[in-house]
Design a protein around this ligand. Structure first.
Ligand code: SF4
Length: 380
């Protein structure tokens, strides 16, 4: 099987979800990395009390987010020492779970469980959510695809407020054990001036504890509207920055993200990206989209516009997850995702945007197809 086949399988697994037998799940949460719901939940069904893998790896190295769906035609079972993925009882390929980081079982000097502070995304990305809160929920104006509040209420598995020293200690533990290569920092939506200060303090702690000069990785803050904000984020010591635009088409953006669009317009996002590219450099800025809620044409128009400004794109494959307004809806087909991701890769490749893989790579995310599509063109 070649890489483009694995891209198709990954797209199908993200769209259809997957089941796993109890035999396959043995060791998840002890020797293999489990979900800890650091921010959103991506499964099609809640699974309180059952440890499920966060993600898994296909034979070509593609990382796939595990999205539980007990009705999925895809199943992972254990056969002797192998984990085997099947589609309607036909074997597709072997897969592997990802090892559980050793620091998941340790505590900070303040006595907090490290796994409740920072989690590893994919195989190498250390994730910190510095504030599990979004003001849009209180007015019922949350983005229609978002289940932040329901995930936090259902699982209550991470600390909602994290101490900066604890974050630094977790970063040191994670980098020292050699698994992670970059960080991803994000919060909900709040006063952006306070957020710049908060991110600066967190990164100061991460740098002090790890000894890193500039931290490889990305901060995804609320849109930086001030002229100097990009500079202030850069000076905090992070190498890359991203902005969650979610939807490129302006009218759909306003409909799908009522609260977010009333506080930050489409144009303000684009301007924030332009300013950030000037400070962070080409390839070190990301526009993050939810892929599957707008037509291919408008999404690809957005990819073209972003790439023309020297920035990269991270398009997450939409999950109609529990607790979101769109729970129970259906995503486009796997084929739609593959075709659109391949075309987006072509656009980014032709625009010669530096890949920025020092800060975010195909091993970081199991819920995006673009890195995998770019790998087919030799970009890693
Ligand atoms: S801005 Fe939208 S996606 Fe982000 S946390 Fe709030 S509701 Fe969720």
């Amino acid at each position: 099987m070649n890489g483009s086949n694995y891209l198709k399988i990954k797209a199908e697994l993200l769209v259809e979800g997957v089941r796993a037998t109890p035999e396959a799940l043995a060791g998840v949460g002890t020797t293999h990395k489990e979900q800890n719901h650091g921010l959103f939940g991506w499964d099609f069904e809640d699974h309180l009390g059952t440890a499920l893998p966060d993600d898994f790896v296909l034979p070509d190295g593609s990382v796939v987010q595990f999205r539980k769906n007990s009705k999925s035609p895809y199943e992972i079972d254990r056969k002797k020492n192998d984990l085997v993925l099947s589609l309607a009882d036909e074997e597709v390929c072997n897969v592997r779970w990802i090892p559980r980081p050793a620091y998941y079982s340790t505590k900070t000097s303040g006595g907090n469980s490290m796994v409740k502070i920072g989690q590893v995304g994919g195989e190498d990305c250390l994730f910190f959510c510095y504030q599990n809160y979004c003001s849009h929920f209180s007015k019922d104006e949350q983005c229609l695809f978002c289940n932040l509040v329901s995930t936090s209420d259902t699982y209550d598995s991470v600390l909602r407020k994290k101490d900066n020293e604890d974050i630094g200690e977790v970063a040191a533990a994670a980098f020292n054990e050699g698994m992670v290569r970059h960080v991803l920092l994000t919060g909900g939506c709040f006063n952006h001036q306070k957020e710049v200060d908060m991110v600066s303090d967190i990164l100061a702690s991460v740098r002090r504890h790890t000894g890193l000069g500039r931290v490889p990785g990305t901060v995804l803050p609320s849109p930086a509207k001030g002229q100097d904000d990009a500079r202030r984020y850069y000076d905090s010591g992070i190498k890359a920055i991203g902005f969650s635009m979610e939807i490129w088409d302006e009218r759909l953006y306003r409909a799908i993200c009522p609260g977010k669009s009333s506080s930050t317009s489409h144009d303000e996002f684009v301007q924030a990206i332009e300013r950030a590219v000037k400070v962070f450099g080409e390839g070190n800025v990301y526009a993050v989209f939810v892929m599957g809620l707008e037509p291919r044409e408008t999404l690809l128009h957005g990819v073209r516009e972003i790439a023309a400004r020297g920035a990269n794109v991270v398009p997450f494959v939409w999950s109609p997850n529990p607790g979101s307004k769109l729970e129970g809806h259906r995503a486009p087909t796997g084929k739609w995702y593959v075709d659109t991701a391949l075309e987006a890769a072509e656009i980014i490749y032709d625009a010669k945007v530096p890949p920025g893989t020092e800060n975010h790579c195909f091993r970081c995310d199991g819920n995006s197809l673009l890195h995998d599509a770019l790998r087919l063109k030799g970009v890693e």
